[in-house]
Design a protein around this ligand. Structure first.
Ligand SMILES: Nc1ncnc2c1ncn2[C@@H]1O[C@H](COP(=O)(O)OP(=O)(O)O)[C@@H](O)[C@H]1O
Ligand SMILES: O=c1ccn([C@@H]2O[C@H](COP(=O)(O)OP(=O)(O)O)[C@@H](O)[C@H]2O)c(=O)[nH]1
Ligand SMILES: [Mg+2]
Length: 235
């Protein structure tokens, strides 16, 4: 956990601090609380974070492929939808609002989702994060950048035909309140209107990797594998 390095920070030489200053900037907002504990010295994390956003319509196979990426490349998997469902289950203050939003296929306010993601990142021992199903709107994206203070290294887009996504969601069988035809239709409209602009943004930034999300799970993973393999080689 990156908290533990806070106590070491006072013994780190100033030249080391100078060398790592730009890296630390990326962690500044995430580490603010910890930095304050360390007598005003910003606590370095052991490694620069490597962030992947995993995007795609409902049922495009994001979660399924994330499991394979975790197994093969050792990322921490943070599913925004799972974090929100956990809030509902824990009967937190936001639980009822989140449940209604999910049933309607709408998007939960950015601050709520970003706070949950931030907490998970802080608690993780890992520095490689797969953020699954987020950001879903431009507002989500900007909010993450402002609150967390970092941008993704890689953005995966699972590109899947609508009729295939509908078929998969209706067969998902996980007892989800949003896996019904009425909600999925709303979700597809929200995806087109609000999520595609985020995907286009990262395409223009040269960070987008588009995966043709039809075929078997293994066939799809063979498109995903080389993307991360290339980053492993670079170091
Ligand atoms: N390549 C695939 N072919 C057929 N079904 C798939 C494929 N990948 C995932 N599924 C199934 O489709 C459903 C939706 O997949 P999931 O990973 O939950 O998608 P998402 O997280 O994008 O909504 C699940 O029931 C999953 O088992
Ligand atoms: O950043 C997020 C992620 C999810 N959701 C809500 O949670 C639902 C389910 O998201 P999840 O990623 O679990 O769905 P999937 O795409 O995997 O079917 C979405 O339709 C939204 O209502 C949200 O508001 N913000
Ligand atoms: Mg999912």
């Amino acid at each position: 956990m990156w908290r533990r390095v806070a106590s070491l920070s006072s013994s780190i030489s100033s030249s080391f601090l100078a060398q790592t200053a730009s890296r630390l900037n990326t962690w500044e907002s995430l580490t603010t609380g910890i930095a304050q504990q360390a007598k005003g010295v910003i606590a370095p994390k052991e490694k620069t974070p490597f962030i992947t956003f995993v995007l795609g319509g409902p049922g495009s196979g994001k979660g399924t492929q994330c499991i394979k990426i975790v197994e093969t490349f050792g990322f921490a998997h943070l599913s925004a939808g799972d974090l929100l469902r956990r809030e509902i289950a824990s009967k937190s203050a936001d639980g009822a609002m989140i449940l209604n939003t999910i049933k309607e296929g709408k998007i939960v306010p950015s601050q709520v989702t970003v706070k949950l993601i931030q907490k998970e990142m802080e608690l993780s021992d890992n520095h490689k994060f797969l953020i699954d199903g987020f950001p879903r709107t431009e507002e989500n994206r900007v909010s993450f950048e402002q609150i967390i203070g970092v941008e993704p290294n890689v953005v995966l887009f699972f590109d899947c035909p609508e009729e295939e996504m509908v078929k998969r969601v209706l067969n998902r069988n996980e007892g989800r309140v949003d896996d019904n035809l009425e909600t999925i239709k709303k979700r597809l409209t929200v995806f087109q209107a609000l999520s595609l602009p985020v995907i286009n943004y990262y395409s223009e930034k040269g960070k987008l990797y588009t995966i043709k999300a039809i075929g078997t799970e293994d066939e799809i993973f063979e498109q995903v594998r080389p993307i991360f393999a290339a980053f492993e080689t670079v170091g």
